[in-house]
Design a protein. Structure first.
Length: 481
């Protein structure tokens, strides 16, 4: 196992090399840092034996390693009470960080975390050893520790012609400040190939030049990492396979929702609200759809978010509502008003006390008096708004002071009616777009974003087992200033 900070000029530091093999025939593959953060080339290096730290295993263990198979000495895969090197665990990781404009929480449900071969943030592995289900550990990851430090040399100024606007067949793409693009869109760049999908950020477009930021999106931020042990069990066997660097897993994507140096991200050029189907929405939604658009695990996360925000006795507006509102079962509201496109769907929603058929794309004005609601919720629908600025102004108007507005969404939608920009940007940039709606109105305070990934797809879901993971959940909210 080679430490991730290895450089050519360093001593070759191997944390554990199992002995019992002929050193003269042994070859090490060393991860040499790739220009893209957390990616490595694999290159062979000669083994200098006296620079190796090794442990002598038992002969029986060495034989098992040499056959490529390791079976637990204990049988049956019985439940374990505490974590040790032979344990696997389900762990909920939560990474919290702050950008100048918002607070952010990234949740990742790590299933089958392997304590023999996986890599953990900071000293988390040592902290979790000997602990059992229910234990929570907290740690801080300072800038440059775990996530590569911000490097000003990774902010080159490029000629505009380096950006290949025709990189995507059928679509002409123009660089916009604050947005992310795959590195493969850049031409005539050393060690960059058209197939490279690693993201970089365009920081400016000016006078025939564009600025680029090749740093990790979280470079420069302090991260707070919590880990909740949800379940501990014994490995049934180890037959090889991969390992996870859990910080790399959790931190792939986050950071892309934040502005670059507090500059407004340009999501709003190039007809962002155009749609494939520009026909009347009431025709599209005329037929009721009594189906869940997200799987049951994702719906539970949305119910949890609603439960954290709502209190009994509130008056709630379910904006762009349907036949279900995804509210906690024990929530007792003073009233829940559903505003949606289909009368039959609204009538089937038993959580609603009032129902109004209303097309926000035709009439973005909300038909309510000022300060009518304690909270506004909108589930899996914000991507259909073609007048979001006006609608967010209206949400602020109908909310009471300090009232909350919560937008939740995933990576599933009706393509003909989703706005163009939604389909062009990445999942985490979509949170950035909704954050810009809140920030641009100037009528909300304390904006936050939340993501949840990694849950296993429910076995009763129609996409199981073709899809391994549950639908991700993303949320952005703010309170009326």
């Amino acid at each position: 196992f080679i430490n991730s900070d290895f450089q050519k000029s360093d001593f070759l530091q191997v944390h554990q090399i199992w002995a019992g093999m002929n050193p003269a025939r042994f070859r090490i593959w060393v991860g040499v840092p790739h220009p893209c953060p957390k990616k490595y080339y694999l290159r062979p290096y000669k083994l200098i034996y006296k620079k190796i730290y090794h442990a002598e295993p038992s002969h029986s263990f060495a034989r098992k390693m040499q056959t490529g198979r390791f079976m637990s000495e204990k049988t049956g895969g019985s439940k374990m009470n505490r974590i040790d090197s032979e344990a696997v665990a389900d762990i909920r990781f939560e990474m919290k960080w702050e950008s100048p404009e918002a607070r952010h929480t990234e949740r990742y449900e790590g299933m089958g975390v392997n304590f023999w071969r996986d890599f953990f943030p900071a000293d988390m592995r040592e902290e979790l050893m000997g602990k059992n289900a229910g234990y929570i550990t907290e740690s801080s990851i300072l800038p440059g520790k775990g996530i590569p430090a911000f490097n000003p040399g990774q902010n080159p100024d490029l000629k505009r012609e380096k950006f290949n606007s025709k990189h995507m067949r059928g679509n002409e793409i123009y660089p916009r400040s604050g947005r992310f693009y795959p590195k493969g869109i850049l031409r005539d760049m050393y060690n960059v190939f058209p197939q490279n999908i690693e993201p970089f950020r365009c920081t400016k477009v000016q006078n025939g030049h564009l600025g680029a930021d090749f740093n990790h999106p979280l470079a420069g931020y302090e991260l707070k990492m919590d880990a909740l042990v949800r379940n501990v069990s014994e490995k049934k066997d180890d037959r090889g396979g991969g390992c996870n660097d859990w910080l790399d897993v959790i931190a792939t994507g986050p950071g892309m929702q934040a502005r670059w140096r507090e500059q407004k991200t340009d999501f709003f050029s190039d007809s962002p609200y155009a749609r494939e189907d520009e026909g009347p929405d009431d025709n599209f939604y005329k037929k009721p759809r009594f189906v869940q658009h997200l799987d049951s695990a994702a719906i539970r996360v949305i119910k949890e978010l609603h439960g954290n925000m709502l209190q009994d006795g509130m008056k709630v507006l379910d904006m762009m509502s349907s036949w279900t509102s995804h509210l906690p079962d024990n929530f007792r509201a003073e009233g829940i008003t559903g505003l949606g496109m289909n009368k039959a769907e609204l009538e089937k929603n038993t959580a609603l006390t009032d129902r109004i058929v209303h097309d926000l794309n035709q009439r973005p004005e909300l038909p309510f008096a000022d300060g009518s609601f304690d909270a506004v919720i909108c589930t899996a629908s914000v991507e259909y708004l073609i007048h979001p600025e006006k609608v967010f102004d209206e949400m602020a108007r109908v909310l009471k002071k300090d009232g909350a507005a919560l937008m939740t969404f995933s990576n599933r939608w009706f393509p003909p009616k989703a706005i163009r920009i939604w389909k062009e940007i990445t999942e985490f940039e979509r949170m950035g777009l909704v954050l810009e709606y809140f920030l641009g109105s100037g009528k909300f305070k304390d904006p936050e974003s939340f993501s949840c990934r990694g849950l296993p797809r429910p076995r009763d879901d129609k996409y199981y087992p073709q899809m391994r993971f549950s639908d991700p959940v993303f949320a952005v909210w703010g309170r009326k200033a």
